[in-house]
Write a protein that binds this ligand. Structure first.
Ligand SMILES: [Zn+2]
Length: 576
């Protein structure tokens, strides 16, 4: 849309530089100078929905670029319909062991687009068509009930030898004298944990369990007026699965060979040990309010050992730095350092309080991290993953831009940014909080969810002033986020949208659910995180504000803020 900065030619051509050049050539047509477009061409873009119907030629065309909300909603909701109504194509057979993932990859972007909110979706549909404003949410309750049943069918109990269950943690989480529940003293050495596999009868796996728990938290956190049965069902499942998941998590602990005194997790029994497993376990445990010292002890040094000489994190020690693993490492570090004692204040567990007090009240996340991680190297590695011409992120050094890293890299930078911001503004972060940081910080560094919803009612208050300037300067004066939001959003809106709905890696790649999820999650992060409030209601949104502003996702859990908050409140209250 704006001037294209020319890239310096490399000294020598290699397969890598050739591929990079081809990718730039692939993206450049999407960034053409819109002043050169003819009226017919603009009309065509309007018909496609890429340019808003409200286009006024006295303003730059880039202000009217649209997220194809209704097309994305339609693409994403089909996979969640009952099989009598819609069947995924046979090519999906290779994803048979990824059922919870498919659910999460569709549900999270649907949720960000407001598919389960009457207000959220109405504004998008009303803006793009002449349809009357719907009074019911876009997604039917049956779809959400179907999701819970499908996830239930992926659950597997798994007996394993019980080792070192921390009796104190266990007792304070699950009680010790229930008739139905076995106390720790009575437990046989064989105990029954469990988790979610990729499909019925499949081995429990951290990745699919993570997708399942996130999906259940989304369903459980929907509004109970429109989804009375689905929310209740999901809440019951979440509560029922806490204990077997806790036991299963403990059974996944292991020490990483050659790195003494560290604790890591494996993806499944006898599975690979890596930083994904660590993040997914901590993330699920945090949401379920079972993140005890028994799960966190010794984990930080393992994550630290995954940082590479480049500054990013690999999946395991000595592996190449990678955007996905770096996200896992940073989000896990955030969970470890920001909310270490999730149950200490809900119970009176002496053990927890003792460990809790070993962290000085003046110790911040930043202090803990800077002692263990090379934060400057990490920051350097992260920021150089944003491509100068395309505006999106690459996942590794010398790799190509890919839409999914809008979240993996965007949220990583946001997390590091938030940690540093906290440090600067309040040296002495509050420990012992039940809510994860992010929730706690959102009032200051995030817009709070309620104020976001308020804002969504006031369409007229959306300010276009932030987009009047050309691309490189939008919001830069006061923007403290360490990546260029405008460049990223431009890449997402112009290069990652399939005109028939769904989002993709880059223009030459087909749409898919995975990219739809992470491209939109990246869009959400770039619209909300560290937004400079300055007392006005404007959001740093590229293109048409009404169409393109989506709900805020939490950078640690990657579900909407309200679901994180509700999960904490619900599961906190349920703890005995
Ligand atoms: Zn990708």
């Amino acid at each position: 849309m704006e001037k294209i900065t020319s890239q310096e030619s490399p000294l020598i051509d290699t397969p890598t530089t050739n591929l990079q050049r081809e990718t730039e050539d692939e993206c450049k047509p999407y960034f053409i100078d819109t002043k050169k477009l003819t009226k017919n061409q603009i009309d065509h873009l309007r018909e496609l929905g890429v340019v808003s119907n409200e286009y006024d030629k006295s303003f730059p065309l880039s202000e009217y670029i649209c997220l194809l909300r209704s097309k994305h909603l339609d693409y994403l909701q089909r996979s969640l319909l009952p099989k009598e109504s819609y069947c995924l194509s046979k090519s999906f057979i290779s994803l048979d062991a990824s059922k919870p993932w498919i659910i999460y990859w569709c549900l999270q972007p649907l949720d960000l687009l407001g598919a389960m909110d009457t207000d959220g979706v109405s504004s998008s549909i009303a803006a793009s068509s002449t349809l009357p404003v719907p009074t019911t949410p876009f997604l039917k309750e049956d779809s959400l009930i179907g999701i819970v049943h499908t996830l239930e069918s992926c659950w597997m109990d798994i007996p394993h030898r019980l080792q070192d269950v921390d009796s104190c943690c266990y007792t304070c989480l699950f009680g010790d004298s229930d008739d139905d529940d076995m106390s720790i003293q009575d437990m046989p050495t064989q105990c029954l944990g469990g988790g979610y596999g990729g499909g019925p009868g499949q081995l429990p796996h951290c990745a699919t369990s993570y997708a399942a728990i996130l999906s259940l938290c989304i369903v459980a956190g929907c509004d109970t007026y429109h989804y009375p049965l689905a929310t209740k069902l999901a809440q019951e499942v979440l509560f029922r699965k806490r204990k077997p998941l806790y036991l299963w998590f403990l059974s996944l602990q292991c020490s990483y060979p050659y790195i003494p005194d560290t604790v890591a997790y494996c993806m499944h029994h006898d599975g690979e040990i890596d930083v994904r497993a660590t993040y997914t376990v901590l993330c699920m445990a945090s949401l379920l309010n079972i993140l005890t010292p028994a799960l966190t002890r010794g984990v930080l040094p393992f994550i630290a050992s995954c940082q590479t000489y480049e500054g990013g994190f690999g999946g395991e020690p000595h592996a190449e730095a990678h955007g996905g693993y770096t996200y896992c490492a940073l989000a896990a570090l955030r969970l470890l350092t920001a909310s270490p004692m999730s149950c200490s204040s809900s119970t009176h567990c002496i053990h927890h309080q003792k460990e809790s007090s070993s962290l000085s009240p003046n110790t911040t996340s930043h202090d803990l991290l800077s002692r263990n991680i090379d934060l400057d190297a990490l920051k350097g590695w992260l920021v150089f993953k944003q491509k100068t011409l395309e505006g999106g992120f690459a996942g590794r050094t010398n790799k190509l831009v890919d839409g999914c890293y809008s979240f993996w890299l965007g949220a990583s930078i946001a997390l590091l940014n938030i940690i540093e911001k906290c440090y600067e503004s309040s040296h002495g972060e509050n420990y012992g909080i039940v809510y994860d940081a992010g929730i706690q910080e959102q009032n200051e560094f995030w817009i709070s969810h309620s104020s976001f919803e308020d804002n969504e009612q006031k369409n007229n208050s959306y300010s276009h002033h932030a987009m009047e300037t050309s691309l490189p300067t939008m919001g830069c004066d006061k923007d403290e986020l360490l990546f260029d939001r405008t460049m990223l959003q431009r890449y997402i809106l112009l290069c990652c949208q399939d005109l028939n709905g769904g989002l993709r890696d880059k223009p030459s790649k087909p749409r898919d659910f995975y990219h739809s999820c992470y491209v939109l999650s990246g869009l959400s992060t770039s619209e909300h995180v560290l937004r400079s409030t300055n007392g006005d209601d404007s959001f740093p949104v590229y293109g048409d504000c009404k169409q393109n502003l989506i709900f805020a996702t939490h950078p640690v859990y990657n579900i909407r803020l309200k679901h994180v908050q509700q999960a904490f409140e619900r599961l906190h209250n349920m703890v005995k």
